[in-house]
Design a protein around this ligand. Sequence first.
Ligand SMILES: Cc1cc2nc3c(=O)[nH]c(=O)nc-3n(C[C@H](O)[C@H](O)[C@H](O)COP(=O)(O)O)c2cc1C
Length: 383
Amino acid sequence: MSALFEQFRLHDLTLPNRIVMGPMTRAKATPEGVPTPMMATHYAQRASAGLIISEGTWPERRGQGYFDIPGIETQEQQDAWAQVTEAVHTAGGRIFLQMEHTGRVGHEVNNGGTTLCAPSDVPADFQIFTRDQGAVQMTTALHVLSTDEVWDVIDAYGKAAQRAKAAGFDGIELHGASGYLPHQFLSDTSNLRDDEFGGSPARRTTFMIEVLKRMIDAWGDSRRIGVKISPGILYNGNVEHEVEETYSVLIDQLNELDLAYVAFQTPESLRSFSGAETDDIPDGEIWHRFPYEFIRERYHGTVIASGDLTKEYAQKALEAGKADLFVFGRAYMSNPDLVERMQNDWPLTPVDMRRGYGGGEEGYNDYPTWQQQSAEPQGAPVG
Ligand SMILES: Cc1cc2nc3c(=O)[nH]c(=O)nc-3n(C[C@H](O)[C@H](O)[C@H](O)COP(=O)(O)O)c2cc1C
């Protein structure tokens, strides 16, 4: 049996396998960011994953970049998340909450009219999707955070982390990737500050490190806190220079924090988001792609890889020691029993990305397991 399907000890958690359901925004919460019962069903259906990472969830309303994405700022949101974690645990699974503050990426029509905040007055220049107006130009009126206000945002992450723990999550992943707020602080093009949060690669890492420290304090155990990074990714308007220097300094500090893990997303991934086929990765070459080598060489703890993975690539990367756990994103949208399918070499159901965001249970909770699918009469529609 492939080691992919063997147990892995993540601190004091025993994962039954090394397959991770990646964080995926699906816009299924209420407009006020309260998780809905269909989300509990969705995650519980996928409980055989070694670990589930929830969709990006905002610690404060300004950080809600997209419509109908959940928060963890209020008691009502916490109580609704408790239903989700209970459903996952009852089904035998484990779930971390992904904490996502989108910073300059977003629009007031998505977040109840709240002005977006950012490290500097550098708007992101692209279009963002809204529920009622379709794709619209990204907001250019940004509130630049004062030094005191940056500390207030860090506090907001800490309070949200307390709520995540109270809601029954098994841990938290800080979203430090994909061009959102912590990444905006890391990048030299979106962070032009000259206080303690900007000005040099080391100072640009301060925000992310302080947020992590605050979340660790809130939880009381550093090994239940992970972080996702995406060095150099061209996504959400992120452009960064000095990538190696900045991320070397960052990873040195992450080592000292003694976290649950560092997750990364490859810079080339997400190109095929529009629903096009994933580009082929030449056989055996996956770990030559930055950042497999870069992070493994520097980071001393558990590494989670993501981006265009297949079972075969994950196996090779594991055998070569390039990562410990492996995220599947899109494949998890359409295969609730992805672990069993990969383990048994059963075929995967392709995902319909037209149903990626918003809407109800259709295209969300109605993807069958292989057992259900193969019990259906011949010719019945799949997915
Ligand atoms: C619909 C969708 C929503 C996503 N939302 C998030 C998110 O909220 N947070 C995050 O870190 N990554 C998000 N991602 C990225 C995935 O977690 C994953 O890293 C990426 O899809 C690459 O994996 P894949 O090639 O297996 O799909 C999203 C991906 C998809 C397809």
